[in-house]
Structures are given as C-alpha cells and as structure tokens.
Design a protein around this ligand. Structure first.
Ligand code: FAQ
Length: 340
C-alpha cells in the first residue's frame, strides 16, 4: 500500500532527488520543525533517507527474527488459551515486519535487498533476540519486558517526521500493548503460583533484565545517530532518556509481582523522582552485535532455512502471476479483435 506513493518519480523531474542543495535542506528542516510529515515523493536529504532505511529495516528484521524465540514455545504452551494468544502475538510480529518492510520500500530500496542483507548477516536486528527462551516464564518476560521496552521506544516513533514510518507505528504500538499485557499476565500467574513457579519467574527476570536495558542502544555519548536523528525528528528521545523511562515504569511492576530486579545498585532517588541503576555491561552488548551472542548463529540459520524452504512458494506464486497476466493479455487481444 505504501509503495503506491513511489509508483514513479515525477516524469517532469519537478521534485529533485538525491541532490545536495542548502536551500532545499533549509526548507526541509523548516518543514520538520513545523511538525509537517515528510512523504515518499518529497525532497529529503540523502542522509535522512539512508538513516531511515537503516533504522526501519533493522526494525523490520527485529520483528521477523523476534518471532523465533517465542515460536519455540507455541507447541509447548501450557493451555489452549495461552497457545492461541501466543500464536496471535507471533503472527502480529510477522505483520509488523511486513508493514515495516513496506515503509522502507517507500524510500527506494527493494524488499529483496533488505532480506538479502538479513540472511547474509550484514544487517543488524535487535540484540535482544539473540537470547534463548529456556522456560515458559521467558514467554511472559518477553511480553512484559521486551514488548514493554519496545512500546517505550516506539510510541514516540508514532510522531516520527517520516509519514509512512509514523503511520505504521500507530498500529504496531496498539498491538504491542496487547502483547505487553499478555506477557505481564503470564508472569503474574507464575509469581502468584507455587514457589517453584515463582522461582521460574524470578530466574527469567534475572536473565532478561540487563539485555532488555540494552535494547535501547548505546548510551547517549556513544550513540552515533542520536543527535542528527533527533534534529530530524526521527527520534524524539535519546537512548538514555528512554531507558530511564523504562526503568521508572518497570520497577514498580516488579515490586507489585513480588519479584526482585537483579541489580544491587538499583535505588529510588526521591529528589529526581527516578530510579538509579547499575552499570550496563556494554562488552556483552558489543559481543552480541558482532554476532557472538548466545543464539546469533541459530537465528540466522533458522531465517535462511525458512527462506530456502519457502522457495517453492515464491516460484509457484510467480508462475501463477505470469499465467494470469498472459491469460489477461490473450483476453484483451481477443476483445480487441471482436471490436475490430
Ligand atoms: N540491537 O546510534 P545508535 C521489538 C545499533 S522491536 C542491535 O544509538 P539509533 C518488537 C544501531 O543500529 C525491537 N543493534 O542507533 C518485538 C547502530 O548501528 P548501525 C527493535 C543496536 O538507530 C517484541 C549502532 O548500534 N526496535 O522488540 C541496538 O539512533 C517482542 C549505534 O546506535 C526498533 O528497531 C540493539 N539493541 O538507535 C518483537 C525500534 N541498539 O546502524 C518480537 C526502532 C543500537 O550504525 C517480540 N529503532 N544498535 O550499524 C530505534 O529506535 C533505534 O534504531 C535504536 C538505536 C534505539 C534501536
């Protein structure tokens, strides 16, 4: 649907593409500052286009790879109700990936190129999905923490200056909030269950807490893209600001569950009204980004296998489309002869 906007660049070249022009850049920034949405056929600086393709495609890949850790538990969900909810959640994630690939395509990149970048290991996706789901409690924790972090990061993206991305995020965020609640409810059931179930919930929180904080990206002083992307109003808050908001929102939820955040340095600062937290192990984050996390290889193997296994479906769909096209062409010719 979004790609319709890109059907063709204007034939008369009235909209200049890929040109550096200080006057156009000034007008572009004025529009951004005035909170006007930038649309696919509008002039935009190359850097704006590039960073959007980068961020939106990484986001799309994250949704698609993010289906894998949860998919692992669909056949083992403890009840039919849990299985239905998990199936729906994982399907939503597939849908989010598709909206996001479509939004990236409006910037002039093809979906095939993006998929190729993912399958070859060239593209990044969120570090969080390189951790294993060892117990059922991890499914609850993913909803609670991972979707919770995703919402914190993505609600401001609904106001992103680029129209197609902002619009895709509105629907995605609505679905993410259902995901977060289903996760919190699983963790609550376990936390209020038998001592063994509560231990399972605590163990899961212990393993996912720090990786969830890393989802927000490097600290502001190490973030390569934040300053410019905030000027362009792609990002509305910095990585550290969002991480802090997440901690402030999540600690009381853990307290309500009777679970302990695995951070001995965590304390509430009554003066600032924020929770202070310990130091993140950025060397672990770097390792995961370099492809050396607990499940990086497994995730890429699974995506490549799915791609290869799906080849016959793509071939059949193309053959079907070709057949329909040639049938339609034959009918048109017959119609034209009849009228002659
Ligand atoms: N993992 O300069 P910055 C979800 C990279 S969706 C991997 O700060 P930026 C739903 C970054 O790309 C989760 N790489 O970058 C779900 C850059 O690398 P590059 C995904 C990371 O873009 C739930 C470099 O480090 N969400 O969870 C990470 O300004 C449950 C420097 O970083 C989005 O993608 C990381 N955590 O800020 C699905 C939201 N952090 O490209 C299934 C949209 C940073 O220079 C189950 N994205 N990097 O090679 C964003 O908001 C931003 O891109 C950030 C990073 C905040 C992720």
């Amino acid at each position: 649907m979004y790609t319709q906007g890109l059907d063709a660049k204007p034939a008369d070249n009235t909209i200049p593409f890929n040109r550096t022009d200080p006057e156009l850049e000034r007008r572009f920034q004025e529009r951004v500052d005035a909170e006007e949405k930038i649309e696919p056929r509008d002039w935009m600086p190359d850097g704006y286009r590039r960073t959007l393709v980068r961020q939106i495609s990484q986001h799309a890949h994250s949704e698609i790879v993010g289906m894998l850790p949860e998919g692992n538990w669909i056949t083992r969900a403890p009840t039919l109700r849990r299985k239905i909810a998990l199936l729906a959640k994982v399907q939503d994630e597939g849908g989010h990936g598709l909206y996001l690939y479509s939004a990236a395509e409006t910037l002039g990149v093809s979906r095939d190129e993006l998929v190729e970048q993912l399958l070859s290991g060239k593209a990044k996706y969120s570090s969080i999905f390189n951790y294993p789901t060892l117990t059922w409690a991890d499914i609850g924790t993913i909803g609670w923490l991972v979707d919770g972090a995703a919402i914190m990061n993505q609600v401001p993206l609904c106001r992103c200056s680029y129209g197609p991305y902002a619009r895709a995020m509105i629907r995605i965020c609505r679905e993410e909030s259902f995901h977060q609640r289903q996760g919190y409810e699983i963790v609550m059931t376990l936390a209020q269950g038998t001592p063994e179930q509560k231990r399972m919930a605590q163990d899961s929180l212990d393993r996912w807490w720090w990786p969830a904080l890393m989802m927000f990206g490097p600290s502001d002083d190490a973030s390569a893209h934040s300053a410019q992307n905030m000027r362009w109003k792609i990002k509305r808050f910095s990585n550290d600001e969002l991480r802090q908001k997440f901690v402030d929102a999540t600690v009381p939820q853990a307290e309500y569950l009777g679970l302990t955040i695995p951070d001995p340095d965590l304390r509430f600062n009554a003066e600032t009204g924020h929770y202070e937290f310990g130091t993140i192990d950025w060397s672990e984050f770097e390792r995961v980004l370099k492809g050396d996390g607990p499940c990086n290889r497994e995730r890429l193997e699974a995506r490549n296998k799915a791609w290869d296994d799906g080849a016959w479906v793509r071939e059949a769909a193309l053959a079907h489309a070709r057949k329909r096209e040639s049938r339609a062409a034959a009918q048109n010719q017959a119609g034209a002869r009849g009228r002659a």
